[in-house]
Ligand binder design. Structure first.
Ligand SMILES: *[C@@H]1O[C@H](CO)[C@@H](O)[C@H](O)[C@H]1NC(C)=O
Ligand SMILES: *[C@@H]1O[C@H](CO)[C@@H](O)[C@H](O)[C@H]1NC(C)=O
Ligand SMILES: *[C@@H]1O[C@H](CO)[C@@H](O)[C@H](O)[C@H]1NC(C)=O
Ligand SMILES: *[C@@H]1O[C@H](CO)[C@@H](O)[C@H](O)[C@H]1NC(C)=O
Ligand SMILES: *[C@@H]1O[C@H](CO)[C@@H](O)[C@H](O)[C@H]1NC(C)=O
Ligand SMILES: *[C@@H]1O[C@H](CO)[C@@H](O)[C@H](O)[C@H]1NC(C)=O
Length: 334
């Protein structure tokens, strides 16, 4: 994922917390939070996408075979019914195929307007997990219909349909403390103080095509997960192309790590899809050639519930280094 995102955070301690939706509005019952912006790359083609639309453009398959008993219409309020029809083996499989040429328009999502809005689409989900003892994690999940892989030695690797990326901001006693940027199978953590912000809202820079999230614009080698070198073998590119404000059109949830239960903060947003155990795109095509275990077309990802929502550290796994300043940030382009 390559895009430039600006995450804006506003933490206001409050006895009756209110989750901020935009700087001007709030939702009763949740703390007022930091909001975020995403900088999409100036040459990005694969924009953020409406989550429901992925269901409209795919059919669930197991081993490339349609399954019986699927609800019609399939929507974000019943998607979890697929768990009993194949569980993690279910792939939301495109009608078009990953190699469709020309590519269908829906692969390209919705281009944010000049205010960073995603039109009438909902391309993000904000999930608030209370940890107790004054710690609250706010996850910002971004959805893209298509992930364009990076090129290595002029060969392309890692295209997939469906793409979930995220930032997580950890609050301690009502104040933003640290932020996680997801990058491919890993990511990077920084103190809140260290990252670039517009007001209180941190920026995330989204990799061109891959949508991996970085704290800086420039180029980023990700051959070694979590280590962001300015030059190298497998490169992500970020710049200040176009701002996406993922908070304006978003679903808002709570997550209880003890019960693994999600709840809609406004009690209206669809919840069932968060419990879906399958994948958000096609499986890797049968017979797809692999070089050193890497293929051009790979399987789609699973959803937010598999991204470490119950994590203890700011990172989903160890080692977890929270950098107090931005280093290995690539060639800054501004
Ligand atoms: C918030 O309010 C300010 C000042 O009234 C206004 O300029 C801005 O457009 C508003 N933002 C949103 C997202 O409504
Ligand atoms: C960004 O991606 C598009 C296609 O996905 C490609 O045409 C363009 O060259 C890429 N730009 C950079 C700087 O990688
Ligand atoms: C998937 O389908 C293929 C072709 O029908 C079959 O040969 C294979 O055994 C199936 N795999 C599984 C895991 O069911
Ligand atoms: C379905 O997948 C989930 C997630 O991996 C797993 O926890 C659960 O045990 C699986 N259910 C069955 C019936 O295999
Ligand atoms: C948004 O509006 C367009 C044009 O009216 C329509 O084609 C599209 O289906 C709508 N998308 C969603 C997610 O409602
Ligand atoms: C809660 O926070 C306090 C003060 O930072 C600390 O001393 C205590 O160990 C924490 N308790 C738990 C269960 O994390």
């Amino acid at each position: 994922m390559h895009h430039f995102m600006l995450l804006a955070l506003v933490a206001l301690a409050s006895i009756n917390p209110v989750y901020g939706v935009t700087s001007n509005t709030s939702i009763p019952g949740v703390p007022q939070y930091v909001l975020d912006y995403v900088w999409l790359h100036s040459q990005e083609i694969y924009m953020p996408s409406d989550i429901q639309q992925q269901l409209d453009n795919t059919i669930p398959k197991v081993n490339w075979t349609s399954i019986e008993g699927v609800k019609s219409p399939l929507d974000l309020s019943n998607l979890d019914t697929l768990n009993s029809l194949g569980n993690t083996s279910v792939y939301l499989t495109s009608h078009d195929g990953i190699e469709a040429s020309p590519q269908p328009a829906w692969f390209r999502g919705i281009t944010p307007d000049k205010d960073g809005r995603l039109g009438n689409g909902t391309g993000s989900a904000i999930i608030i997990a209370e940890r107790g003892n004054g710690t609250v994690d706010a996850f910002y999940f971004y959805f893209y219909a298509f992930n364009k892989g990076d090129k290595v030695l002029k060969m392309e690797f890692g295209d997939h349909i469906g793409d979930w990326e995220h930032n997580m901001i950890r609050f301690k006693n009502g104040k933003p403390d640290a932020i996680w940027y997801s990058q491919h199978s890993s990511g990077q953590a920084f103190t809140y103080h260290a990252v670039e912000k517009k007001g209180k809202r941190p920026y995330a820079f989204s990799g061109n095509g891959t949508h991996a999230n970085y704290a800086t614009s420039g180029q980023h080698d990700h051959a070694i997960p979590g280590i962001n070198l300015p030059v190298g073998f497998v490169m992500d590119y970020t710049d200040r192309g176009r701002v996406w404000d993922p908070v304006v059109n978003a679903y808002f949830y709570t997550y209880d790590a003890k019960t693994a239960a999600f709840g809609a903060i406004n009690s209206k947003d669809p919840v069932a899809w968060l419990n879906f155990n399958g994948k958000w795109g096609d499986d890797q095509p049968p017979g797809e050639p692999e070089i050193f275990g890497e293929a051009k077309n790979v399987a789609g990802p699973n959803g937010p519930k598999f991204k470490g929502l119950g994590r203890k550290l700011i990172c989903p796994s160890k080692p977890c280094i929270v950098l107090p300043f931005r280093i290995w940030s690539g060639n800054s382009t501004s």
